[in-house]
Each structure stands twice: as C-alpha cells, then as structure tokens.
Design a protein around this ligand. Structure first.
Ligand code: PNS
Length: 160
C-alpha cells in the first residue's frame, strides 16, 4: 500500500496558503485526500459543495490529489480511507498549541496514524480564510491571497 495522507480543514474558502501545503504534500505522499469538514457549528460562507468545487478546480493539475468531505471525528475518516497520515500547515506559534492538542488526541485515538506538519511558506504566514472573507466583504483586493476561481466566487457572494 502506498502512503495516503488526509489534509483536513474547513477550506471556507481555500487560500493560496492551503494550496501551498496541498502541493508540497502531494510531492511527498503517493496520494493526498483533501477533505472538507462538514462543520455544522460554524457559520460558513460557502456550502460544502461550493468548497469542494473550488478545491477541485484549483487542484485538478495535481494528479494524486483527491477532494472529499467528512463528518464526525477526523481519525475515523482517516481509517475509513485507509490513510496513514494527516498533513497540516503551521503558520505561527499561535497555531502550535491547538495543533499539538489535536495531534495528541488523534494519536491517542489511533497510534498508527501520524500527523505531519509543514511550516507555511512565509508569504502566507498571516493568511487565513477568515482574513480573506473579511477583506472581500469590504471589497479589498484578495488576488494575491486566493486563486482566481475563489476571487470570482467571493465577488459573486458579495453580489448576493
Ligand atoms: O480549517 P480548520 O477549521 O482549522 O480545520 C479544523 C479541522 C477540520 C482539521 C478539525 O476541526 C478537525 O479535525 N475536526 C474533526 C473533529 C475531530 O476529529 N476533532 C479532534 C478530536 S476532539
């Protein structure tokens, strides 16, 4: 069996920071499954279907990247997909505590699944989906933060 990694997240919407991690991950693992959490407790701007569509459009040049969605515990999903790794990006020290907690819980739930962290490209260390949404809401330019398809989708949301 090849190495399969799950790259989980809300991706509301996918940013260039996410794509940097997905692209780098795809060079290391045989297959990367980018999976959107169907998180009912958050109030997302984009539906799960829209987020999946944007991810598919922006990763379709990466042949070993698949896009999917999940509900419930990440570790159960990882096992269901017969993956052996989770990949995450770390932007700053502020991400560390939460990610350490998540990685530790996931290891407690299944010792066979390893979490791998990649340091986000310095260009994107300040970038988050929330920042992008905030900028787009006030019609500030986000063209160097998200791929063109996402920029267009944000503009369309603003018109609604
Ligand atoms: O992009 P995000 O919102 O930072 O992604 C967070 C995500 C989806 C990776 C995280 O919330 C998650 O793994 N949720 C699934 C629930 C789970 O397994 N929690 C850990 C044990 S309590």
């Amino acid at each position: 069996m090849g190495s399969i990694a799950v790259c989980p997240g809300s991706f509301d919407p996918v940013t260039l920071g996410h794509l940097d991690i997905i692209t780098r991950g795809s060079k290391i693992f045989d297959k990367v499954i980018v999976s959107v959490l169907n998180n009912r407790s958050k109030n997302p701007l984009f539906s799960v279907e829209e987020r999946i569509e944007l991810l598919k459009e922006t990763t379709n040049h990466l042949p070993n990247v698949e896009v999917d969605h999940f509900d419930g515990l990440l570790i159960d999903y990882v096992k269901k997909k017969q993956a052996n790794a989770i990949i995450k990006g770390l932007r700053a020290v502020s991400d560390f505590e939460y990610e350490l907690q998540m990685a530790s819980i996931n290891r407690k739930l299944d010792e066979e699944v390893e979490t791998f962290f990649m340091m986000t490209n310095n260009h994107y260390s300040y970038l988050s989906s929330s920042i992008v949404k905030e900028l787009a809401k006030y019609e500030a330019s986000v063209n160097d933060l998200v791929p063109p398809a996402v920029e267009k989708a944000l503009r369309n949301k603003n018109r609604m």
